[in-house]
Design a protein around this ligand. Structure first.
Ligand code: NDP
Length: 330
């Protein structure tokens, strides 16, 4: 018997409510590690905390690709752990694995086939990076830009990123620069988070600061937040430019479908200026994830942009929220 602690959903915050700690409950129990064929027992090392989880706290997530968490059941999300016992031919004891739907539980029995084995050397042993720069957030930034951004080297493009100090946003800005944007402007919510070329939407006039930072207009907009910030950016976008619709966090506490509807005025701007704004979901690119991870790891290893990309890999960014559950012993 293995003692386990798990986090279950205790209550829902209400469709338009902000989540509170009482929405969750810690439970203790035991796990019988009687594995069936194909199963493994994993010990949880790190769990990811992400904005989309707010939608899973509702009875209806508002999207077709996310299921709601059920009351009194263990919640789940991105996780990293180590295999402790196995009846799955493809996985050995000691293997490090990740999964999009990892239960928030100290140990768990999972089907080996759903787990992705990862190489700790790719992240120099810093396994939490598999939930950040080398995980869903890094890959979302990477594929968002590559699939929807139309960034072209030597095209003198300007990129704006909202939620810029966050997990996706901080990586998106770096990739935009690595891929060839000459100007990258970030918008975030506090002076502490603000660095060069970054706009504090809580204290500054966003449209005026955008005009100053992007005198030639905006060619690519990596949108994490939606709402009034995005309206301000879209209003200053160039003809035939591109919105990467990564997320709309400013709307997640509201009872609206995803993506939230735009005002008539902004819809008219999109149409008049022929601006693309296609929905982007990382899960649509599962067949390319390994290639994306490889490219991200090459950037880190080559050291071509140590001051930017690697500082983020070492936690220089403020963004990614991760919970450490247990120690990895190599
Ligand atoms: P972050 O690390 O960026 O954390 C969220 C940040 O958003 C906060 O720190 C806060 O920073 C900002 N924020 C919160 N509320 C508001 C608001 N009302 N208005 C403006 N900014 C706000 O999260 P992630 O990087 O994990 O996610 C960013 C976005 O990407 C989310 O919308 C998420 O849903 C989306 N996403 C989409 C994926 C896809 O496949 N399309 C995959 C993964 C994530 P500040 O101090 O600047 O306010």
């Amino acid at each position: 018997m293995v003692p386990v602690k798990r986090i279950v959903l205790n209550s829902r915050p209400g469709k338009n409510g902000a989540p509170v700690p009482e929405n969750f409950r810690v439970e203790e129990g035991t796990l019988v590690p009687d594995l069936e064929d194909g199963e493994v027992m994993v010990r949880t090392l790190y769990l990811s905390v992400d904005p989309y989880m707010r939608c899973r706290m509702n009875e209806d997530t508002g999207t077709d690709y996310l299921t709601p968490w059920r009351l009194s059941e263990c919640v789940d999300g991105g996780g990293v752990g180590v295999v402790e016992s196995t009846r799955c031919g493809a996985l050995n004891e000691g293997d490090v694995v990740t999964f999009f739907s990892w239960p928030w539980q100290t140990h768990a029995v999972l089907k080996g086939a759903v787990l992705q084995k990862v190489d700790p050397q790719l992240v120099d042993g810093h396994l939490s990076h598999f939930l950040g720069a080398m995980g869903i957030t890094g890959l979302s930034a990477f594929f968002g830009i590559r699939e929807k951004g139309h960034v072209t080297k030597d095209a003198n493009q300007t990129m704006v990123v909202s939620g810029a100090a966050g997990a996706c946003g901080s990586i998106a800005g770096q990739i935009g620069r690595l891929d060839g944007c000459v100007t990258v402007v970030g918008i975030c919510g506090s002076d502490q988070k603000c660095r060069t070329l970054t706009i504090n939407y809580n204290t500054e006039d966003v449209p005026a600061r955008l005009r100053a930072c992007c005198p030639g207009g905006v060619d690519v907009y990596f949108d994490n937040v939606g709402g009034t910030i995005s309206d301000a950016v879209i209003s200053q976008m160039n003809h035939s430019s591109h919105v990467i619709l990564c997320g709309q966090i400013s709307q997640y506490n509201k009872d609206v479908p995803y993506p939230p509807p735009l005002s008539e005025e902004i819809s008219e701007v999109l149409q008049r200026k022929n601006i693309t704004r296609e929905r982007f979901i990382l899960l649509s690119y599962t067949d390319k994830l390994d290639a994306g991870l490889y490219e991200l790891s090459q950037w880190v290893k080559s050291g071509t942009d140590q001051d930017a990309f690697c500082s983020m890999m070492k936690g220089g960014n403020i963004g990614k929220q991760i919970i450490k559950i247990s120690e990895w012993k190599n």
